[in-house]
Design a protein around this ligand. Structure first.
Ligand SMILES: C[S@@+](CC[C@H](N)C(=O)[O-])C[C@H]1O[C@@H](n2cnc3c(N)ncnc32)[C@H](O)[C@@H]1O
Length: 222
């Protein structure tokens, strides 16, 4: 992928403020390159997103442009998953898209912000079967056992590689998408994703662009 193209395509799309981009880049670098430092940043990050939650959906979060890269990446997820988890789900836009695309899958969304989870849960309404549900938790210590999911998604959230690999079933997929490509505050370059997942035995499947966004898909061999 030509990342400057992705940046160019993001022009004209509503962009996050500069300060948010700087913070996001710093957090992404720590999480993907030095995750042991995460405990120092957990508190400030949670507080930042608690404050952001009430206005999160005032922007374009549930529109097709915001979700285009994630939707394009999902086309590479074959066969359809049975159990999916969206990490750093915010108000749940990506989790709900996964649930629509894979109507037989049980879908979970996880976030470190209580207010984001409260808002995501409110969108599900009464769901007697509990097919879609949201949970408070930290991506650095996912509250599920080994091999719990066959699809893991992250939209605009940097990956904790080891934890994702731990909860992924053999044959399962991981999809990392960024709504504004390399202009996304929590953007992780493909080369970093490829290296990080390879260290944990995952193989790259596809990467590409859709709208202003980018996606990367990897798979744990069966
Ligand atoms: C940039 S927002 C993206 C939200 C959503 N995926 C979207 O695109 O609308 C990042 C989200 O990840 C959450 N987050 C950040 N660090 C996290 C962690 N270690 N564990 C779980 N959630 C985390 C934040 O609370 C926030 O809701």
């Amino acid at each position: 992928m030509n990342t400057s193209d992705a940046g160019d395509r993001a022009q004209g799309t509503p962009q996050p403020p500069g300060g948010v981009r700087v913070l996001g880049r710093a957090l992404s670098a720590v999480i993907t390159r030095a995750p042991a430092l995460w405990p120092l940043l957990r508190g400030p990050t949670r507080r930042f997103f608690e404050r952001a939650a009430p206005d999160w959906d005032r922007r374009d979060r549930n529109q097709s442009d915001y979700l285009a890269a994630l939707a394009a990446g999902l086309l590479h997820v074959v066969p359809a998953p049975e159990r999916a988890l969206d990490v750093g789900t915010g108000t749940g836009a990506a989790a709900l898209l996964v649930a629509r695309e894979f109507p037989r899958a049980r879908v979970r969304g996880l976030d470190i912000s209580e207010e984001m989870i409260r808002r995501a849960t409110a969108r599900v309404g009464l769901d007697p079967e509990g097919r879609v549900a949201f949970k408070l938790g930290d991506a650095s210590a996912l509250p599920w056992g080994e091999e719990s999911f066959d699809l893991l998604t992250q939209l605009n959230m940097p990956p904790f590689f080891g934890e994702l690999a731990r909860v992924l079933r053999p044959g399962g997929h991981v999809l990392i998408a960024a709504s504004y490509g390399n202009a996304t505050p929590f953007y992780t370059p493909d080369a970093v994703l490829e290296r990080g997942f390879k260290r944990h035995g995952l193989e790259p499947v596809a990467s590409g662009e859709a709208g202003a966004g980018t996606y990367f898909v990897a798979r744990l061999p069966a």
